[in-house]
Structure formats: structure tokens, C-alpha cells
Design a protein around this ligand. Sequence first.
Ligand code: HEC
Length: 126
Amino acid sequence: MRIIALFIVLSATTFFASPSQAQDAAAGEKVFTKCKVCHVADQDQNRIGPSLNGVIGRVAGTHPGFTYSPAMIAAGKSGVKWDESTLTTYLHAPQAMVKGTKMTFPGLKDDKDIANVIAYLKQFSK
Ligand code: HEC
């Protein structure tokens, strides 16, 4: 009886622990198809949007050779640096976080998609 109870406790723990480990770069690559029209991540190349190669840890609006909106440059000057937390806020609603950004993307609704796409971007950041 005790063994069965222990088994139940253990499987419940694994079940509830999994969402926090849910960052999945492979799933993130699929989410990134929405960004691909404008962004490249696996190479350091600017397109319609700045290269997202090495974006984690970058101060907003500072990739060389890209003409950012004044809004994005101002965000960087005010201290926005791309990490898990700032990217989560931005990707949820780009226009809300950086008012006047020229990134005409409405944002991702699903928190899991956001976590996964960040995991994908991390692969191309030091
Ligand atoms: C329609 C084109 C377009 C799409 C789609 C798009 N972006 Fe962007 N993105 C841009 C542009 C343009 C900028 C520059 C914004 C500015 O200067 O205000 C930008 C800026 C960014 C930045 C800031 C980079 C920096 O160097 O400061 C990040 C991060 C970003 N995009 C991530 C994403 C992700 C992730 C997706 C997909 C979920 C995505 N974008 C979809 C066009 C796009």
C-alpha cells in the first residue's frame, strides 16, 4: 500500500514539474517560422528586421548596420536589454512595450510559444 502511495506522489511531482522545464528549442523553431519573414537567427544577417543572432544579452536597438526606429533606440538607451524577461514582455505585445516600434507584428498569445521561441534564440546567442 505504501509503495503505491509513493508511486502516486512521485508521478504527481513529475507531472507538475514538467511545465517549468517546457522550454523546447525544437518547438521554438516552428514558432520562429512566424518571425522568419523578417528575421534571421542562425546567421548574422539583417533583413526587414535586425539579425537575431546573439540577441540574448544585446541592448535593444544596437545591432550594427540596421536602421532602427527612434522608439527602439530610445528603449535601449532607457536600459532595455534582451533577456528572458524583456523578450517575454516584448513578444507578447511589441507595440505595447516599445511604443512606436516598426516591428509590425501583433505578438504571440501563447506563453509556451514565447518560452519556446526564446529557447530557440538562445541557441544562437553566447
Ligand atoms: C513584419 C516583420 C517582422 C516580424 C514578423 C517579426 N519582427 Fe521582430 N523586428 C522587426 C523590425 C522591423 C524590428 C526593428 C524594430 C524597431 O526598430 O522598432 C524588429 C525587432 C525585433 C527585436 C529587437 C531586436 C534588437 O536588436 O533590438 C526582437 C527581439 C525581435 N524583433 C524578435 C522577433 C521575434 C521573436 C519574432 C517572431 C515571433 C519577430 N520579431 C517577428 C520586424 C519583424
